[in-house]
Write a protein that binds this ligand. Structure first.
Ligand SMILES: [Zn+2]
Length: 404
């Protein structure tokens, strides 16, 4: 690819030219400066094409003549984590930044497909239980489709950014006491009683079909990594990713499959526990700072364990202290802002390296499921704002500003 190289910094007023890399914001005459660009014939280096989830429509079932309800979801950045990767002595470490989706989480991938299907099948309202991200995504896509959204959420256990999204989209919100698991129970009852309500939780198979496309994007961009590290709450995402990868292998597009590391929060880790002990048990009162994966009775637990086993993978639980430390590390070492449920991936990766499940020199992709702004209300309490006091402030100015 050709690089666009600016020829010069040019003054708007007098036309005087300066070297490009001079730290200068104004001309000596006081005029503002602009870059003079040597233009290249084509605006972009590639022909325009469909990006994101619907690029893979050969692999996505869809009702005939359905109107696609989309907001350009998918095509999220796969970002190299060079500092952390070098520190952990990995060959390559990436994070798939799913927080860049339209409503700030990976849920949009499945929702575009499921809401498209719901509308095509004549649903009047869509309903889901949620720890917040599903509800936010469903509310947005429902509005776009002209459908009513009804969300059932655990009272007081949803991150502020997600509450804001529900308020903005005007979803009908039913609060239940207890955890997500109680909300899930309620929503199953409601969707059985009211036939016009279309259930949009991840047990809805259309959701899985959109969510699996994250695996397609990773493989297209870097081939098959050694490991994919997935945060696990209800287990729907790990199942989706594994389904997508297997479809690519069946189609002859890839030969090998990556191994899957499933990471849960230790206060809500029925799947990791079952994987390690060989015996599954619900957790009746799940509790973790990572609210998006605070689930004690995951619907997809059998599917999740099957995916981990088939991939010769591993499952691990990490505690809240390590989750928050990882959230901070991603932000401060790499500039990557994720919600705490996504930060479990880095904490889990560290454990997997200690246990020597993952070896130095391997290529690893973390799935960063949700944007940091989802927790905009909680983050300043976890990591206080760095307000400069006069003495300390002056010290930073002196040290970094080069002033005597
Ligand atoms: Zn000038």
């Amino acid at each position: 690819m050709r690089r666009c190289e600016p020829n010069a910094l040019v003054c708007d007023k007098c036309g005087r030219r300066y070297p490009v890399f001079e730290n200068r914001l104004r001309c000596e005459c006081g005029g503002l400066l602009h870059f003079e660009i040597k233009s290249i014939k084509n605006l972009t280096s590639q022909k325009p094409k469909i990006r994101g989830v619907w690029k893979y429509k050969n692999f996505i079932p869809i009702p005939k003549n359905a109107e696609i309800i989309s907001m350009g979801e998918g095509a999220t950045p796969l970002i190299r984590l060079k500092r952390i990767g070098d520190m952990l002595k990995l060959k390559d470490l990436f994070i798939k930044l799913e927080g860049s989706n339209p409503t700030g989480s990976f849920k949009d991938r499945g929702m575009t497909v499921a809401v498209t299907a719901a509308k095509a099948m004549g649903a009047r309202a869509v309903i889901s239980a949620s720890t917040g991200n599903t509800a936010a995504s469903m509310s947005a896509y429902a509005r776009r489709a002209g459908l009513q959204a009804i969300v059932v959420v655990p009272k007081g256990k949803i991150a502020g950014g997600k509450v804001s999204q529900l308020a903005l989209y005007g979803a009908a919100v039913l609060e239940v006491i207890g955890s997500f698991d109680n909300a899930m129970k309620k929503v199953l009852e409601l969707s059985e009683r009211y036939r016009g309500f279309y259930l949009m939780n991840s047990i809805n198979p259309w959701r899985i079909e959109g969510q699996k496309t994250v695996a397609f994007e990773i493989v297209e961009e870097i081939g098959v990594p050694d490991w994919i590290v997935v945060p696990v709450g209800n287990g729907g995402n790990i199942f989706s990713i594994w389904k997508g990868l297997n479809e690519l292998r069946s189609a002859g597009i890839i030969e090998n499959l990556p191994r899957i590391l499933a990471v849960q929060a230790s206060g809500a880790s029925p799947i990791a526990n079952a994987f390690q002990t060989g015996k599954y048990a619900d957790i009746s009162s799940p509790s973790t700072v990572a609210s998006a994966i605070n689930i004690g009775r995951p619907v997809h637990w059998e599917r999740a364990i099957k995916a981990i086993k088939e991939s010769s993978g591993q499952a691990v639980a990490v505690n809240d202290d390590n989750i928050l430390k990882s959230q901070l590390d991603l932000a401060r070492s790499e500039g990557i802002g994720v919600e705490s449920a996504s930060a479990v991936t880095l904490a889990g990766l560290r454990r997997a390296l200690e246990e020597e499940w993952i070896e130095k020199g391997e290529r690893v992709v973390l799935i960063g499921t949700g944007n940091a702004l989802k927790e905009a209300d909680q983050i300043p309490n976890r990591f206080p704002l760095n307000i400069l006091q006069s003495g300390e402030g002056l010290e930073i100015f002196r040290k970094l500003g080069g002033e005597m």
